[in-house]
Design a protein around this ligand. Structure first.
Ligand SMILES: C[S@@+](CC[C@H](N)C(=O)[O-])C[C@H]1O[C@@H](n2cnc3c(N)ncnc32)[C@H](O)[C@@H]1O
Length: 232
C-alpha cells in the first residue's frame, strides 16, 4: 500500500511540476483559461492521466507502451502560429489525452476543436471540464482515430514521438482518402511517410528538444499518391 501511495504521489508531483513550468506565459492573461487549466490539473492529480493511460493499454494487452505525455502549452501556442489557426479552423488532435491542446486552441484562436481519444477516463475528464466551463467549441470523441472520420478537419495534430511506422502509414492513407485539400497536418518528432512536409521546426518538450513537421495536403500530393498505388 505504501509503495502504491508513493507512486501516486510521484505521479501527482510530476504532473504538478509539468503544469507549473508550462503555464508561464501560456495563459495570456486569460483568467478563464487559467482557471480551466487549474481544474484540469486538480482532476489530473486525483486521476493521473499517466496511470489511466498505462492501465488502459495494459488491460487491452496491446503491445503499445501506454506512455502518456502532453504537449506543453507553449508548444501549442507555437503550433497555432505556424499553422495559422484561426476561428474558421477545425483543430483535430489524434490521441488528445485530457484535451489540453483542444482547450487552448478553442479558447485562444476561436477555432472548433475535436479531441479523439481511446482512453474513456481521459475523455471523461475533458468532457467534464468542457461542460463545467460551458466551452461550446470543444468536443471529444471516444474512439480509436483509425475509426473516426477526419473529413471535417482543417488541421490535424499527431504527437507521433512513439508512433509505429504502421500507425504513420495508416494515418497518411487515411488523410489521402478522407481529408479535403489544403488540410494542414502537424506531427511531432517524425514526419508522415509518403506525404512530403513543407516545414520542419524545433520544439521543446519536458523530455528534450525535438522537431515538428508541417504538411499540407495539396492537389499535387493527392495526384501523386493516387498514381503511386503500389506503395500506398
Ligand atoms: C502522447 S499522448 C498525447 C496527448 C495530447 N495529444 C497532447 O499532445 O497533449 C497520446 C495519447 O494518444 C492516445 N492514443 C494512442 N493511440 C490512439 C489511437 N489509435 N486512437 C485514439 N487515441 C490514441 C493515448 O491514449 C494518449 O492519451
Amino acid at each position: 500500500m505504501w509503495k502504491s501511495l508513493g507512486k501516486r504521489s510521484r505521479q501527482r508531483w510530476s504532473l504538478w511540476q509539468f503544469h507549473r513550468r508550462d503555464v508561464r506565459g501560456s495563459y495570456d492573461r486569460s483568467w478563464r483559461f487559467a482557471l480551466l487549466d487549474r481544474v484540469l490539473l486538480v482532476v489530473g492529480c486525483f486521476q493521473s492521466p499517466y496511470a489511466l493511460c498505462r492501465r488502459f493499454f495494459a488491460l487491452q494487452g496491446s503491445g503499445h507502451l501506454g506512455v502518456y505525455g502532453e504537449t506543453p502549452l507553449r508548444v501549442v501556442q507555437k503550433l497555432a502560429s505556424i499553422a495559422a489557426i484561426d476561428s474558421g479552423d477545425v483543430w483535430v488532435d489524434l490521441g488528445s489525452g485530457r484535451g489540453r491542446s483542444c482547450f487552448w486552441m478553442a479558447h485562444f484562436t476561436g477555432c472548433s476543436s475535436l479531441g479523439i481519444e481511446q482512453v474513456p477516463s481521459l475523455i471523461r475528464q475533458g468532457q467534464w471540464v468542457a461542460r463545467l466551463f460551458k466551452v461550446p467549441n470543444v468536443r471529444f470523441e471516444e474512439t480509436n482515430w483509425r475509426c473516426s472520420s477526419l473529413s471535417t478537419a482543417t488541421c490535424l495534430y499527431f504527437y507521433a514521438t512513439l508512433a509505429s511506422d504502421e500507425e504513420l502509414a495508416d494515418l497518411s492513407r487515411k488523410i489521402c482518402q478522407e481529408c479535403s485539400l489544403g488540410v494542414r497536418i502537424i506531427t511531432i518528432s517524425t514526419p508522415l511517410p509518403i506525404l512530403p512536409y513543407c516545414w520542419e521546426f524545433p520544439l521543446t518538450f519536458p523530455w528534450g528538444t525535438t522537431l515538428g513537421y508541417l504538411h499540407i495536403f495539396t492537389e499535387h500530393i493527392r495526384q501523386a499518391t493516387g498514381e503511386d498505388k503500389e506503395n500506398f
